[in-house]
Design a protein. Structure first.
Length: 336
């Protein structure tokens, strides 16, 4: 059993900043995240994307923001359970909570803060009957490391920016030995310059562009060895490949959190804006995972919500103590 003052579910930017705010009040935090590293979407999906609305930073890459937040939290020695989704929450007789992960790891604390962003991201899967049989066996829904496809034959499906950009990247950088882009329409949803670049690479023979077609089948034994491409006018064809990557986007879901007895509205957790507490005393929801009147889904707002939630948590943990706000410009940062 891992014991702490505050269990934070979600190790994205809001969860990480909450560690800092809790640390100023001498409260210890432990973070749980289904991803294998801290940072949430900023690390997993768009680490190289610039963010423009962080105070003091006219522009900062998402990955750099996470690095800075980790450095800021470091003096307070947070604990991490990574690569394990929080599955259940139970109340103890002494008014504490036990949060158990999908792997059975248990965490005990008097306070739980849900900072799960938009929740669990699930890929939008094409309607191929046996696709789940080949997941992690040649089928991937996110490209995490481009070098994984070094000298491999790749079929990408999709018509948005992600499909276009990765097709260009794998082809231009000579990573994949073959790049095939399949899209069900002759027009694309991505940026015009990306569309033109794909067309140019197709004319050079560096990308095989197949439009008005869909991948409708997968073949193989232990791993994918070919896909079935169905064209609107010419019918089916078999194309040998090592990887099939359908890039149709991700859809957010609250996942197991939806079953924790909290008040839910429009796939988000309702909170009291006094302190961002939920309908269950001792459980707070901060960041994109919560909802209230005039809610703005900005990292900046999540930082504010986490700060106020921590003040409330301190009063709940230490009802006998009076918390006097101490400015870091005067008192500095004192870790544990």
């Amino acid at each position: 059993m891992i014991e702490t003052d505050i269990i934070i579910i979600g190790a994205g930017p809001v969860g990480l900043f909450t560690v800092f705010e809790a640390g100023l009040l001498k409260l210890k935090c432990h973070l749980i995240d289904s991803l294998p590293q801290p940072g949430g979407q900023c690390s997993e999906i768009y680490p190289k994307k610039p963010i423009y609305d962080i105070p003091g930073f006219p522009s900062i890459l998402a990955g750099e923001l996470i690095d800075n937040l980790m450095e800021q939290a470091a003096p307070f020695k947070p604990g991490f359970t990574l690569g394990e989704a929080a599955m259940s929450i139970d109340k103890t007789e002494d008014d504490k909570f036990i949060v158990t992960t999908v792997k059975g790891t248990k965490h005990l604390a008097p306070i739980v803060m849900i900072a799960g962003g938009l929740g669990v991201f699930e890929p939008r899967k094409p309607p191929i009957s046996n696709i789940e049989d080949f997941e992690d066996k040649g089928v991937e829904y996110i490209i995490k490391d481009p070098e994984f496809y070094k000298n491999k034959r790749v079929v990408i499906a999709g018509g948005g920016d992600s499909a276009l950009d990765w097709s260009i990247f794998l082809a231009e950088n000579k990573i994949a030995s073959e790049v095939v882009l399949v899209h069900r329409s002759s027009s694309f949803r991505g940026h015009l310059d990306s569309v033109q670049k794909v067309i140019d690479l197709s004319e050079k023979g560096e990308i095989k562009l197949v439009t008005e077609a869909e991948v409708t089948g997968l073949n193989g034994f232990d791993n994918v060895n070919s896909v079935v491409i169905t064209h609107q006018s010419t019918g089916e064809m078999i194309h040998e490949t090592d990887h099939f990557i359908p890039l149709f986007g991700l859809k957010p879901s609250l996942g197991p959190i939806a079953n924790w007895g909290l008040e839910i509205e429009k796939n988000a957790i309702k909170v009291d804006t006094l302190d961002y507490s939920t309908s269950v005393p001792g459980i707070y929801a901060i960041g994109d995972v919560n909802t209230y009147e005039n809610k703005l889904k900005l990292i900046l707002c999540g930082f504010h919500e986490g700060t106020l939630a921590v003040q409330s948590a301190f009063a709940r943990i230490h009802p006998e103590k009076k918390n006097v706000l101490k400015y870091t410009t005067v008192n500095g940062i004192q870790g544990f």
